[in-house]
Write a protein that binds this ligand. Sequence first.
Ligand code: FAD
Length: 408
Amino acid sequence: MSEQDGRGPIVIIGGGHAGVQVCAGLAALGQGARVHLVCEEAPLPYQRPPLSKSFLKNPQEPLQEHRGEGWFADAGITLHRADPAVAIDRARQRLRLRSGRELPYHRLVLATGTRARQLPHLHADLDNVAVLRTAGDAQRLRALLEAAAQVTVLGGGFIGLEVAATARALGKAVTLLESAPRLLMRSVSAELAQHVLDTHRAAGIDVRLGAAVGHFEVEGTRLAALGVDGVRHPVDLLVLGIGAVPQHQLADDAGLECENGIVVDEHLRTSDAAILAVGDCTSFPEPITGRRLRLESVQNANDQARAAVATLTGAPQPYRALPWFWSEQGSLRLQMAGLMPAEGVRQHRPGASDTSFSILHYAGKRLSCVESVNAPLDHMAARKLLDAGISPDPALACDPTRTLKSFL
Ligand SMILES: Cc1cc2nc3c(=O)[nH]c(=O)nc-3n(C[C@H](O)[C@H](O)[C@H](O)COP(=O)(O)OP(=O)(O)OC[C@H]3O[C@@H](n4cnc5c(N)ncnc54)[C@H](O)[C@@H]3O)c2cc1C
């Protein structure tokens, strides 16, 4: 399929998980020659999850590329690397890149992801303060970790906890500061959060909940200390794990509707029918309740990209995928699927070992979320139950694997 076939070029902004998955979907349909992938970063598109896990731990580990350069070339996809998009001209359907180059589009896909949140009162470029979002951030943090004896992590979300666990495994003295009364406040149940807390404390991480952080003592180009609960806390290396902000400046400037992300409908269309958006940067309608959600996960990026390809190729399918996520933190492999009900019954199911279990959460009688710790088989079974809309009776002791088998 060429750009002259009447359907015209598809330009994708952002070479992350979602952007590359849109490329893969179009290439599989033989439509790669229509595609331009515009990347802000210089490396070939790479996987982000290892950046807070194996990549940080092992100085020899290379970036894990999504696809080799030859794959893009064979598919006919034109890559624009280290040349970010700077403006969308919706009237003329053209995209301007930083180099000055203009790309005409028939359809435009925004897959711009998020950027790491910074602390408003702290200079972003201090020598011993780090964030973790890009390959460049991870390479810098890897070098800083090697030199540091003590690591302070601000934020008890997934990335903060993964970095803290990795730093501890590297033999560092680690303090983790969380302002909320518990870890992973926005993403897991209180029971799972307590288990995560106990495990990290047992591994020697000094986790402080409800920590009030203020007063930054800067000496030259370094952060010397933080005030924590009114007490001076010296800093060797500070890692900020305080969340991510959706990148929707381009969309905003172009007059597209944005609210905590680029607003899309169930087919991933923005308020301009010629422009779609996918992945971490989108605010989309959750299929059961219709409330707007913005998720940051590989699953959401990949599945939204598949739905966007269906829309782009004239066979739209509403986005209805089951959300799931995983995290690796020292000895913990956490897996979550579904959406946590505001209230309801929960069931604890022990796993095969002392350190493994699952928690099944019900909204009324409907199974709506499963959290697992070191229990991948149970988790996969429960995920299939969730996917199929099957709810084992919450009144009975539930074994997801056995329940699944009885339905197969
Ligand atoms: C350290 C780390 C660990 C993670 N671990 C997990 C995990 O264990 N499990 C999990 O499910 N998820 C994990 N995630 C989240 C997951 O990586 C994201 O949900 C996923 O990358 C989202 O894909 P995306 O394509 O929407 O955004 P991204 O992967 O962020 O890609 C967006 C891309 O757009 C580019 N871009 C932005 N603006 C422009 C522009 N103007 N022009 C051109 N390019 C632009 C950016 O440079 C970036 O490359 C992790 C994330 C990080 C940072």
